[in-house]
Design a protein around this ligand. Structure first.
Ligand code: LLP
Length: 424
């Protein structure tokens, strides 16, 4: 259930016609379902309720204030990776006392900003960073609460560009350094070791990597307690996969089945940093067909949406389901392979790059100039990674709640594009 479905041959988001929204607000257009966002968060809250987790929605997946506000009003906290993200959390009206701060390159200014806002803890990725947190905390007369990020050397079988828990990538530290740094924290009055952090990669569509990480966490927590540490947090990061194609995503309860027992065995509190699972399928990107073109034996359907809006296909060869808003052929559950009444099509944008596409060699119903196309599963790493490439203004974002529609980000104007540049 994604709260996006076809009724009488046209796409609806909750109880609103997507075509009507495109008419009123123009395209490209991001349309979110509030009910879906809340449902996904709720699913995690219920699945892990037994261990009373702190759910830190991962701001990097979608940092639009309107989304953050829905999250904190429903009881979520946040995982941030920059001062800018922490600023957004504050601007959304959320309190920062349960915020976790990850990332390999936190600057002194960012550390200070986080300490001023009394965040729950830093996920520390190196000795140099630990030293910086100690120095900044010391200068402020504060204590830096930290979790050390373990690189568990687990292959989560994600895209090469999104794997993070394998030896040889820039994230976290191995177990020897972990114990060394834990000992260092114990000797430093400016720091307090609170827990262990791991993030395995994204998206992960099996529970095995979490089971392995849970076992590793128990082992590390027990060893650290023997070394005299009062450690009581396990943060297993994010990474829960979603259905981009058909029904490949797992419910949160499946992940909970392997994570909850480990957290209980370690007698720890649990923090999680889900991003994609919550926002991924909460949003469709709507674009309009500008032209169709047959060339070199191929059919191209050229949209007014582009890689500057949604870069995932260009960057990771990601699969996004695409289908017309008012299709001549009903969308089948499996959109891969040949479909009756459809033709092999490349869905592309206007940006001057061959990698500017949403779908390649996909069987799609006939489309013509002016028709609307829906690009599904666009909520995670869509707007958050969008840019002004080719000097294209960023698009409007709408939050739908039943029959109510709220503009949570207005379309940028040409004047916005040059607003930050010096007088020339
Ligand atoms: N925690 C940490 C430390 C992370 O590095 C990430 C994602 C998350 C949590 C959230 O992961 P999620 O639950 O959303 O899977 N741009 C790529 C994904 C990059 C993920 C980066 N880290 C994409 O579009 O697929």
């Amino acid at each position: 259930m994604t709260n996006f479905d076809y009724r009488d041959g046209e796409l609806f988001c909750e109880d609103v016609s997507v075509a009507d929204l495109a008419e009123q607000y123009g395209t490209p257009l991001w349309v979110y379902s509030k009910a879906f966002l809340l449902g996904q968060l709720r699913q995690i809250q219920i699945a892990f309720a037994e261990v009373d987790p702190v759910i830190c929605y991962s701001v990097k997946a979608n940092s639009t204030l309107g989304v953050l506000k829905v999250m904190h009003e429903a009881g979520s906290s946040f995982d941030v990776v920059s001062g800018g993200e922490l600023y957004r959390v504050k601007a959304s009206g959320a309190d920062t006392s349960k915020v976790v701060f990850a990332g390999v390159g936190k600057t002194d200014d960012e550390i200070r900003f986080a300490l001023e806002n009394d965040i729950l803890m830093f996920d520390v990725e190196s000795e140099a960073e630990l030293d910086a947190i100690a120095a900044v905390a010391g200068s402020m007369g504060k204590i830096g609460r930290v979790a050390l990020r373990l690189n568990p050397d687990i292959d989560a079988k994600t895209h090469a560009k999104t794997t993070t828990g394998k030896k040889g990538n820039k994230f976290g530290m191995d177990i020897e350094r972990f114990r060394e740094l834990a000992a260092k924290v114990l000797r430093d009055k400016r720091l307090a070791l609170k827990g262990i952090h791991m993030h395995l990669g994204s998206p992960i569509l099996t529970t095995d990597p979490y089971e392995a990480a849970g076992a590793k966490a128990i082992e590390v927590v027990e060893a650290l307690r023997r070394d005299g540490h009062d450690i009581n947090w396990i943060n297993l990061g994010g990474g829960f996969g979603i259905s981009y194609r058909e029904n490949e995503g797992l419910p949160a309860s499946e992940y909970a089945k392997v994570i909850v027992p480990a957290v209980k065995a370690a007698k720890c509190r649990l923090a999680l940093e889900p991003g994609r699972f919550i926002v991924g399928n909460s949003c469709v990107l709507i674009s309009r067909v500008v032209y169709t073109k047959r060339e070199g034996g191929k059919l191209f359907v050229i949209q007014d949406g582009a890689m500057n809006d949604l870069i995932r296909p260009a960057m990771y060869d990601s699969f996004h389901r695409v289908w017309p808003v008012k299709p001549a052929v009903a969308m089948p559950s499996n959109v891969e392979g040949e479909i009756a009444g459809c033709e092999k099509t490349d869905v592309v944008g206007p940006v001057c790059e061959s990698s500017d596409y949403f779908a390649k060699d996909r069987y799609l119903p006939p489309m013509q100039r002016g028709d609307l196309m829906a690009i599904f599963s666009a909520g995670a790493y869509g707007t958050a990674m969008s840019s002004n490439y080719n000097s294209r203004p960023r698009a409007t974002e709408l939050l739908v709640d039943g029959t109510t529609v709220k503009v949570i980000r207005r379309r940028e104007t040409y004047a916005d594009l040059v607003a930050h540049e010096l007088d020339v």
